[in-house]
Design a protein. Structure first.
Length: 293
């Protein structure tokens, strides 16, 4: 079995690199990849501390990078990369706009919007969060929901779930919650170029999570037709069997590689376990062995 979509404390996961490697060894994963957001520091730690002793399977160097696509953000996975090259590029690109700076800007803006809606909120300075690792959207949504009296101030679907809030409000350009992130992140063309320059393969990540796209098949076609993707993440914790089968067929028809992983974040995504996701994943080794030797 494989799991090549994993996050550690080097981005927004709650498990250390050592903990992830030990768990992968324990459950018998043959291939894994740590794909932290916008950085490859897990691999530097592995080399410095000789953490390979904890895992005897194959560790594929990986990363997950955000890119701007038609004003929206999509995630792109890079595998088989030169981690030092990607880390250097990321350090250069984000040197004046760190995760903490970007997320603090987003949190302040969304905090002000909920204030204007009349919501009860903890004073901004007293909100407990880690701007170096947390995501502003999650922090403000949890803050709003922590005050039950806010339900009557919020639209029903926004209150119902974080995904509705994120995709129905934050990703809609005509909505007050929308933030143009194009100045904060690279284009997907740039991300793809950098992964290829680092000797890696480029995979389209978890395509079905983008609820702002009403027609997912059209979105897949547009991305594949106009950008230089090498493959698609076909197996994912939140995909239905029908969705998995569809992207597998797309890969077969288009000559694209396949990948898959649970998007493990430790305690931040309860119910999603390493290697099996929500119990719906058992990803075969062969999909990786087609493209990683």
């Amino acid at each position: 079995m494989i799991d090549i979509h994993i996050h550690t404390t080097h981005s927004d996961g709650t498990k250390t690199v050592e903990e992830v490697l030990k768990q992968a060894e324990k459950i018998g994963l043959d291939y894994i990849s740590i794909t932290d957001h916008e950085n490859c520091r897990a691999y530097q730690e592995i080399e410095e501390k000789n953490l390979k002793q904890y895992y005897h399977g194959t560790l594929i160097p990986g990363v997950e990078l955000k890119g701007v696509y038609k004003g929206k953000i999509i995630d792109i996975l890079g595998y088989g990369i030169d981690v030092d090259k990607i880390q250097q590029w990321s350090d250069d690109f984000y040197k004046d706009k760190t995760h903490a700076q970007i997320q603090t800007k987003y949190l302040k803006k969304r905090y002000e919007i909920f204030q204007q809606m009349g919501c009860t909120l903890t004073p901004y300075e007293e909100i407990k969060w880690d701007p170096n690792h947390d995501w502003a959207n999650i922090i403000i949504y949890d803050e709003v929901k922590s005050h039950p009296e806010n339900q009557e101030k919020c639209p029903e679907d926004l209150w119902e779930s974080f995904n509705h809030y994120k995709y129905n409000y934050c990703y809609q350009e005509d909505n007050i919650f929308y933030i143009d992130k194009s100045e904060d992140f690279p284009t997907i063309e740039e991300v793809i170029k950098q992964i290829h320059n680092a000797g890696g393969l480029v995979f389209l990540a978890h395509i079905y999570v983008y609820h702002w796209a009403k027609d997912k098949k059209a979105l897949i076609d547009d991305l594949i037709n106009h950008y230089d993707f090498d493959g698609i993440e076909c197996y994912y914790s939140e995909f239905s069997e029908e969705q998995i089968q569809y992207v597998l067929e797309v890969c077969q028809k288009r000559g694209l590689y396949r990948s898959g992983g649970c998007d493990y974040h430790g305690d931040k995504k309860p119910g999603i376990e390493l290697g099996v996701g929500r119990g719906n994943l058992k990803i075969p080794n062969e999909i990786v062995e087609e493209w990683y030797k």
